[in-house]
Design a protein around this ligand. Structure first.
Ligand code: XMP
Length: 520
């Protein structure tokens, strides 16, 4: 078991059978203060046992248990005496492996429906009403439960929307309790965790910080750690945690590539200067901007910035005295990065991460990733525990290449200055909205278009600024935010009045797809 996953807390394992909801299930469990961890569905039983889980949840998945090569599970798992909750495909798999029958529905059932409880004493539904609104999404269903199981609910189209063998602590639900559309899904999961598995609810961020402190001390000893600090949430929280765990042993290198937002460099420095770490701010803007001179092709811009970042970081690491290779490299990798890159098998670096390639090139002594077990909302919670300022903890995503991907065409100091000022106005105005009314991400971009305008008695020929505001859960797809027109008008007036070089403001109303969030 990887060191990072060791925890003093009780753990529930989420076994993944290809469902789109594995992360959601794991997060729902953690919301109840129970630690959860995702593993592939075919994880050998000995490995599962090594985690000493208090419960196991099988996810759904698109397959059919009779399909060739469908995800399978070792039936031994049902004999461990550990409670299991199978969701959707997970329920069907449990049924199939224990000798019941799964059948294809005449029509797939998809959407919110009413389930009727058939029993009054099911531990899974304790305290719940007879009628339950649930989300169904399936093509197969359990037509005959395994021996020893009883059906506990049904819907109009599904004769067994849940079943159980309470004695063996095995439960199955055909619906999805993890989504909000299943109105009492949270209570059902709570019943499983606390009623069936005997969870104590002992998982919290203070405990996480304590455990990681212990682990990184063990790993690093009296060695030295270098962290590339971008000022993003993950690297900032990582820095704050390491400053506390390894006082005086950590150096944070903040490479200012000259394409940060207004005042951002100073804010980052301010947040870290009084912590117990060595903070190095490198003004590398000249280096970056000269390399970018005359470059207009978006991918080339990104490549140049990525390569230059590695070069600056290496130079600085070497300046710190002695061999950079003798030090540890810390990274703000978080759990979704690990899940996306194949489930934690390798010490993978975020593909879009600024310091990608560093460990191989410099040959660091080891990689320190204390946030590897956390979801984003948990990273923010750890940041709050460590008293990082709100503007860092609640920071919206900001791309590694910075404003370079928001200045269309060639990057010049003049264009960057215009964009910084326009963007600061947009952020100031939207920042006045209550947090729940703010879009997921909002920024200004400088189009490469100049157009004719009039100011006073004179003709102008100035840039058009584009405003972008989007709403999303995952940034894979986004919807543009319909900001109130009065707010847009105010931002437009302020930008054209206060920012020299701009005479037009455009609002980007494209979704992703077909657009992307960033312009380049
Ligand atoms: P796109 O433009 O791909 O952006 O729709 C999706 C999200 O990713 C952010 N983004 C980046 N983040 N390095 C990062 O750390 C990058 O190179 C990068 N490019 C895009 C973007 O701001 C949005 O939140």
């Amino acid at each position: 078991m990887e060191q990072q996953w060791q925890t003093e807390q009780q753990t529930v394992l989420v076994l993944d059978f290809g469902g789109q909801y594995k992360e959601l299930i794991a997060r729902r469990v953690r919301e109840q203060h129970v630690h959860s961890f995702i593993l592939p569905g075919d994880t050998p039983v000995e490995q599962i046992r090594a985690f000493s889980p208090i419960g196991i949840i099988f996810t759904g998945g698109p397959s059919s248990v009779y399909g060739e090569g469908s995800p399978d599970v070792d039936a031994e798992i049902f004999r461990l005496g550990i409670p299991v909750l199978g969701i959707c495909y997970g329920m069907q798999l449990m049924c199939h492996k224990l000798g019941g029958v799964v059948t294809q529905c005449d029509v797939s059932e998809y959407g919110v429906t009413e389930a009727e409880l058939l029993v009054e004493d099911s531990p899974l539904f304790a305290g719940l009403e007879k009628e339950q609104t649930v989300l169904m999404s399936h093509t197969d269903y359990v037509s005959r439960p395994p021996e020893g199981f009883r059906v506990t609910s049904r819907t109009d189209h599904c004769p067994a929307s849940s079943f159980e063998n309470a004695e063996q602590k095995l439960y199955g639900v055909q619906f999805h309790p993890e989504v909000i559309h299943s109105v009492h899904g949270k209570e059902i999961l709570r019943n499983f965790l606390f009623g069936v598995c005997g969870a104590k609810g002992d998982y919290d961020m203070q405990g996480y910080i304590r455990k990681q402190t212990e682990l990184v001390r063990e790993q690093v000893g009296d060695g030295r750690v270098i962290l590339g600090l971008s000022g993003g949430v993950d690297s900032s929280v990582c820095a704050a945690l390491l400053a506390r765990a390894l006082p005086g042993q950590v150096t944070c290198i903040f490479v200012d590539h000259g394409m940060m937002r207004k005042d951002e460099g100073d804010e980052i420095e301010q947040a870290f200067k009084d912590r117990d770490l060595h903070f190095v701010r490198v003004d590398a803007s000249e280096r970056f901007l000269s390399k970018l001179e005359g470059v207009t092709e978006p991918e080339r811009k990104r490549k140049i910035i990525g390569a230059e970042f590695v070069a600056v970081f290496r130079d600085e690491a070497e300046k710190l005295g002695g061999e950079a290779g003798g030090q540890f490299l810390a990274q703000g990798t978080i759990y979704p990065d690990v899940i996306e890159s194949g489930g934690g098998k390798a010490a993978t670096i975020k593909s879009h991460h600024n310091v990608g390639g560093l460990p191989e090139e410099i040959g660091f002594k080891g990689i320190v990733e204390p946030l590897r077990g956390l979801f984003k909302d948990e990273v923010r919670a750890v940041g709050r525990e460590l008293e990082l300022p709100d503007y860092l903890v609640d920071r919206q995503p900001f791309p590694g290449p910075g404003l370079a991907v928001r200045v269309i065409g060639e990057i010049t100091r003049e264009k960057l200055e215009i964009l910084r000022n326009a963007d600061a106005i947009l952020r100031e105005e939207i920042g006045r909205l209550a947090p729940e009314h703010r879009p997921s991400q909002y920024f200004a971009a400088l189009t490469n278009m100049r157009a004719v305008g009039v100011m006073g008695d004179g003709r102008t020929y100035d840039y058009a600024v584009a405003l972008r505001a989007v709403d999303t859960d995952d940034f894979m797809t986004v919807k543009f935010t319909p900001l109130p027109i009065e707010l847009l008008a105010k931002i437009s007036r302020r930008i054209t009045n206060e920012v020299a070089g701009v005479n037009r403001v455009l609002y980007d109303i494209s979704d992703k797809p077909p657009a992307t969030v960033e312009y380049e």
